[in-house]
Design a protein around this ligand. Sequence first.
Ligand code: PLP
Length: 372
Amino acid sequence: MTLDLTRRDWLVGGTALAGSLIASTITSAQTVPEANLTPTPENPIRAGFNENVYGPSLKAKKVMDEAAKTAHLYDFFGQRKLNQVIAKMENLPGDHIAIDNGSTPFLEKTTFACAIQQGKVLAPNPTYGSVTGTAKMLGLDIISVPVGENMGIDLDAMRSAMTDDVKLVYLCNPNNPIPSIIEKNSLRDFCIEMSKRAIVLVDEAYYEYVNNPDFESMKSLVTEHKNIIVCRTASKIHGFAGVRMGFAFAHPETMRLITGPFNLSLSNVAVAGAVESYQDTEYQTFIKQKNRESMDILEKMFKDLNYEYIKSNSNFAFFNAGRPSTEVATALKKHGIISGRPFPPFTNWVRMSTVKPEEMQYVVDAYRKEFG
Ligand SMILES: Cc1ncc(COP(=O)(O)O)c(C=O)c1O
């Protein structure tokens, strides 16, 4: 694996930037690679997968390149270091943190644990499909609770739908595809209450993007409440979707559900990159800033077109296009743009991930050419 860092990578912000770049605007140095303003089916603008199109930070790429030289070794020491970095950052004891190849393994393993007990799964709808999809594959019953009128996750309705045979309650906060959050106090009460009856899994994949005083991570609950698991991923703000890195926070007694006796399945490249990336707060600030710029471009279009949309707490928007999202996807595809797939029952709503601001403007221009 070679991740070459060329001088050009550092200067792609444009030659005008070059003079001031090294002296002050370190965040500009993160603009790698250049925006894709000539998208094609082979090299599309990927506004459909909630990725970070900037990729990993330069600091992370550099250590990953180095780590590839020792890829033949099991990386116990690196894992320990990463555990310490996350423990310090999250203010949790190290034995409350599990590391895996993204958050998907935690979502799946928790669902397998529910299957062993032949339990049902309680989840909102729509939501991220890993838990419910795994449950379906395992033949489990899913109690699916529609979001409320404001399209937020309806905790009261979930509470009413809870039964004794539910062994897993899944919550995604912020939710996906609807980028809303659950108010922190009611969420905390709900998690504590439900954890007396089932495992509560809170998926905080988009946690870093939230800028909302009503939001709070549920991580602090895991020290006292054995049935609560919180999972996070490096796939989003850290740009590790293809590198693979994720975390779960849980009580040590709950770890048996989501970890094995040895953790040999981690890549030393991903571990080294994550150690660097999680400490690179400047990079995260840069990505949040770019996400905001792109979201502003999208929201301006929604306002100009008088579209209904959900205020985003994430790196994607959800808007009512007034026509099937499949029609939007087909039209945008002609411009080399990938937008989100349909999310029933909101089939006229489109999920659009942020891309680089220049690309976002390209997407908006293409959309307006097609639909006004
Ligand atoms: C809410 C949510 N959870 C988990 C994932 C999967 O993340 P990972 O790449 O860490 O497996 C995604 C991916 O889009 C997601 O949207």
